[in-house]
Design a protein. Structure first.
Ligand SMILES: *[C@@H]1O[C@H](CO)[C@@H](O)[C@H](O)[C@H]1NC(C)=O
Length: 396
């Protein structure tokens, strides 16, 4: 015994699960490299869309790294450095990757002692091997280096990207906040890196994006649907449920659009790396929710012959939004990788909402069955129409 909306919900659940089977989102844990290069740790560096993968052999003081970053232009450069004496650029011992005049990729070392033009030089560590690849707008710099000081397991790292090369010499980079914040310390053994002082606007933007969207798509839309689906079973909640539902969904939409906007902004700043599934689901959600808001205005009267079709569409879109919203929240967690407690907290919230929905579903069926029993003598039972007429009777 299932109502039309339940059938629709399970159909949508099944189709969307098959459409959105696990897929790549290009965070550092999902980045892979040619030549069987494997690393123990990776970090999404907090600025310039850069990623560091590394493995450290403390007995040999050998550090293998893969540094991934998008240069501002295909003829630009990317750099990863250790600064043994300070935290900023001056003093850093840099590996810089760029295209050589013959079109291949080259990696050179620089002792960055001044802000002037760079000259290739020996550096503080020994470079056992280095290479670079360029594809998809992203340079991957690989190196195996030997640190001269045994037992040093926390280093100051500095990374950078620059727009061009002139006569084989990397030109200076921009001095935007992103370029100035691209430094921090790196714990080689514990996999942690901390951002340098000076704040990090990108992290803040990502957090705002995450909070707005989890609250809107991940929590408020489902609550609004629970209100609509279950409260109207109770005649005393009519028409309060309707206004609650509208209020909840309109506020969720407003917050969701703000969150969506922050996502577009983050996306436009993320050069070379596109989280296409997360982005596409986000766009679909925005489109579906926008149609839902307009649907409110185009709603046929409850006894209009098209109201039945309007209900199917409105419920279909609504359930799709719940499913896609929750999927996208988890995709977002995969991309932003907040501390595990945030993901767990969201799982708990969703489980509680799911539990409440199940309970209300049971109560609803009991109520509906009782009503049906009392009206059975006057009306033959037909699951589909019965569910429908219940909605019609109670809708405002
Ligand atoms: C790098 O340059 C500075 C300043 O010229 C110098 O003191 C330092 O010894 C150099 N480091 C290496 C590893 O050559």
């Amino acid at each position: 015994m299932a109502s039309s909306s339940q059938l629709l919900a399970s159909f949508l659940l099944l189709t969307s699960l098959s459409l959105f089977s696990p897929s790549q989102s290009a965070t550092c844990t999902s980045q892979t490299f040619t030549g069987n290069r494997l690393y123990t740790f990776c970090n999404d560096l907090p600025s310039l869309n850069s990623y560091l993968h590394w493995a450290y052999d403390s007995a040999q003081s050998t550090l293998s790294i893969a540094f991934v970053a998008a240069p501002p232009s295909p003829d630009g450069w990317v750099s990863w450095a250790i600064n043994p004496t300070a935290t900023g650029m001056v003093g850093s011992q840099a590996l810089i990757a760029f295209r050589d005049p013959r079109g291949g990729m080259t990696v050179k070392t620089y002792n960055v002692s001044t802000y002037g033009p760079l000259t290739e030089s020996k550096v503080w560590y020994e470079v056992k091997e280095s290479s670079a690849e360029f594809s998809g707008g992203v340079i991957r710099l690989f190196a195996t280096i030997v640190l001269p000081e045994k037992g040093r397991t926390t280093v100051n790292q500095v990374w950078q990207v620059g727009p061009s090369i002139t006569g084989g010499v990397p030109d200076k980079h921009e001095f935007q906040p992103e370029n100035l914040n691209s430094k921090g310390s790196l714990d080689l053994l514990r996999g942690q890196s901390t951002a340098g002082a000076g704040g990090n606007s990108r992290t803040k933007k990502r957090n705002i994006h995450g909070v707005l969207n989890v609250v809107s798509w991940g929590i408020m839309f489902p609550i609004g649907i629970i209100i609509a689906r279950y409260l109207r079973t109770f005649p005393s909640a009519d028409p309060a449920w309707f206004y609650l539902h509208v209020f909840c969904q309109v506020s969720a939409y407003a917050i969701g659009v703000a969150g969506w906007g922050t996502g577009l902004k983050l996306g436009s700043q993320s050069k070379g790396i596109t989280y296409s599934n997360h982005r596409n689901i986000g766009i679909a959600l925005f489109a579906l929710a926008t149609v839902q808001i307009f649907a409110l205005l185009l709603r046929p009267k409850k006894d209009h012959k098209y109201r039945f079709y309007w209900n199917i569409y409105h419920h279909g879109f609504g359930y799709t939004i719940i499913i896609l919203g929750i999927i996208n929240v988890f995709k977002g967690f995969d991309i932003l990788k907040p501390e595990a407690k945030w993901r767990n907290a969201y799982i708990i919230v969703i489980a509680v909402l799911g539990g409440i929905a199940l309970l209300l579903e049971a109560i609803t069926w009991i109520v509906v069955l009782r009503r049906k029993k009392s009206s059975e003598s006057t009306k033959p039972y037909d699951g589909f129409n019965n569910g429908h007429s219940r909605q019609e009777r109670l809708a405002p």
